[in-house]
Design a protein. Structure first.
Length: 297
């Protein structure tokens, strides 16, 4: 969590730094035998663990193939803006058709959709497994059992937008304190409540390792305010298919089912607490070599 928090704080500065030097360097970039530029920058959304996991996996895979890979952490708005100006090459964590729809509507004409690599993404409101409510329809009437609090994540996230614009008005949750800060802060609240045996309600999403780490259940959403399951898409920047045609093709064929994704996330975020992901991902690759070898065929 520490690494993700610190890198997120530096991310906005990274966008401007890339803008000053990234494009000029790209004109003289070294090219690999497969036709791709050797340097590749993957933008990663702050706090979204499935995107962090997929990006770290591809960093390791591409490094094996001779690429120089940089991961840049930022919130969605600067990521999509940076993709349109080639400050970033690609991002792997766009949820469609709901969560990031506003960003794609705004920036999509200058981006390329490389397809969905997982089709099981779902926004959720989760509570402790033994909480006395099972549905969002019952949450407002029982708000005091949750200290009148709903704990959210980053204010700039798509999940925050859906919670604010759809979930809260649909289920009459306006009188609850809706707290937004960061994903690590939400997980800290979840950890504290679990350790103390208290009720807690948080905005969450599947796939996420928290479902393996904590005794949780999703509140039913009878009005469909959170939307249906979504696909997690890779989106390339303006010139990505020209500068990295081989990598673009690999991403178009990329698929990862939720069980594989859970195992990678658990290894990275749930095992020993280390924020040095490289050796963890390297071991996961060794344990899943048959799958990993398919990614670059």
């Amino acid at each position: 969590m520490k690494k993700r928090t610190l890198t997120g704080a530096l991310a906005l500065g990274a966008v401007s730094a890339l803008a000053l030097g990234g494009c000029a360097a790209g004109a003289e970039a070294e090219t690999l035998e497969n036709g791709d530029q050797k340097n590749v920058t993957i933008a990663v959304f702050n706090g979204w663990d499935e995107g962090i996991a997929a990006s770290e996996l591809w960093k390791a895979v591409l490094t094996e193939q001779g690429y120089d890979v940089t991961l840049e952490y930022a919130d969605p708005a600067p990521v999509y803006s940076g993709l349109t100006t080639d400050d970033y090459d690609v991002t792997l964590d766009t949820w469609l058709p709901i969560t990031h729809a506003d960003y794609i509507e705004q920036y999509g004409d200058d981006l390329v959709d490389l397809g969905a690599w997982n089709e099981d993404a779902k926004l959720t409101i989760a509570v402790n497994e033994d909480a006395p409510v099972d549905s969002l329809a019952d949450l407002a009437a029982n708000a005091e059992l949750f200290d009148n609090r709903l704990v959210g994540i980053e204010p700039g996230s798509g999940l925050n937008r859906v919670t604010t614009d759809e979930v809260i008005p649909t289920y009459g949750l306006e009188k609850m304190d809706y707290l937004t800060s960061s994903t690590p802060a939400m997980l800290a609240e979840l950890t504290a409540a679990t350790d103390q045996g208290e009720n807690v309600a948080v905005t969450l999403w599947r796939p996420h390792w928290a479902y393996d780490a904590f005794p949780l259940k999703d509140l039913e959403d009878p009005e469909g305010a959170l939307g249906d399951a979504e696909g997690i898409h890779s989106f390339g920047g303006t010139s990505f298919e020209q500068t990295h045609p081989t990598f673009a093709g690999w991403l178009q064929d990329f698929t990862m089912d939720s069980e594989l994704l859970f195992s990678l996330e658990n290894a990275m975020f749930n095992a020993d607490g280390s924020d040095d992901y490289a050796p963890i991902v390297e071991q996961w690759i060794a344990d899943n070599r048959d799958y990993v070898d398919t990614l670059t065929k």
